[in-house]
Design a protein around this ligand. Structure first.
Ligand SMILES: Cc1cc2nc3c(=O)[nH]c(=O)nc-3n(C[C@H](O)[C@H](O)[C@H](O)COP(=O)(O)O)c2cc1C
Length: 173
């Protein structure tokens, strides 16, 4: 039994989630960072897992493209989908999952989860730091995706128990 995890990360958090998940899955697991290489075929894998981070509500373009290209085949296999993001509202999470992977694949998936996200400030460029500060400020006033976060310090909302729960579902799929 072979499982393929294809992920897209900008600053490493999705990759960290993918690696933790890989360690909790039964059988052989292959990890592919789609920003570096693309699997030539998914035929040889029994189960597929796709992961991406979310920026301004959007999944990474490489994952969107991969879903479009492989839609028919992905719908034939046990599938797991995860996002790394700061959203904790169920409607925003559902919208981000559907944006990243298509509504069709979200409906087909055995598990579609948000594992949480992280801000490691030294990994962000000037433009990203400015956006994070602005959104954090706005969120404090109006309530928003970054809650009570100050926009300056490193934080992680990645949930170890969500990754375990997801792995359990995929192992049984
Ligand atoms: C400029 C910027 C925009 C972001 N936009 C969103 C967003 O719209 N929704 C959200 O939930 N998280 C958002 N995030 C948080 C990221 O999704 C989170 O940091 C994620 O863990 C990054 O994963 P990566 O390092 O694998 O790219 C944003 C982060 C940055 C820096």
């Amino acid at each position: 039994m072979k499982t393929l995890i294809v992920y897209a990360t900008k600053h490493g958090t999705t990759e960290e989630c993918a690696k933790i998940l890989a360690g909790r899955l039964e059988g052989e697991v292959e990890l592919v960072n789609i920003k570096n290489s693309e699997p030539s075929s998914i035929d040889m894998y029994e189960k597929i897992i796709l992961g991406t981070s979310i920026y301004a509500g959007n999944g990474q373009p490489e994952i969107k493209e991969f879903c479009k290209k492989n839609l028919a085949k992905l719908k034939e296999k046990p599938l797991g989908l995860f996002i790394s993001c700061m959203f904790d509202d169920e409607n925003q999470i559902r919208a981000a999952l559907e944006n990243a992977f298509t509504p069709e694949l979200v409906s087909h998936a055995a598990a579609a989860y948000a594992f949480g996200g992280a801000f490691k400030m030294n990994r962000l460029n000037f433009f990203e730091k400015t956006i994070v500060k602005l959104v954090a400020k706005q969120s404090k006033k109006e309530g928003g995706p970054f809650g009570g976060y100050d926009g300056k310090t490193d934080i992680s909302t990645v949930s170890d128990s969500k990754i375990s729960e997801f792995a359990k579902i995929i192992n049984a799929a």
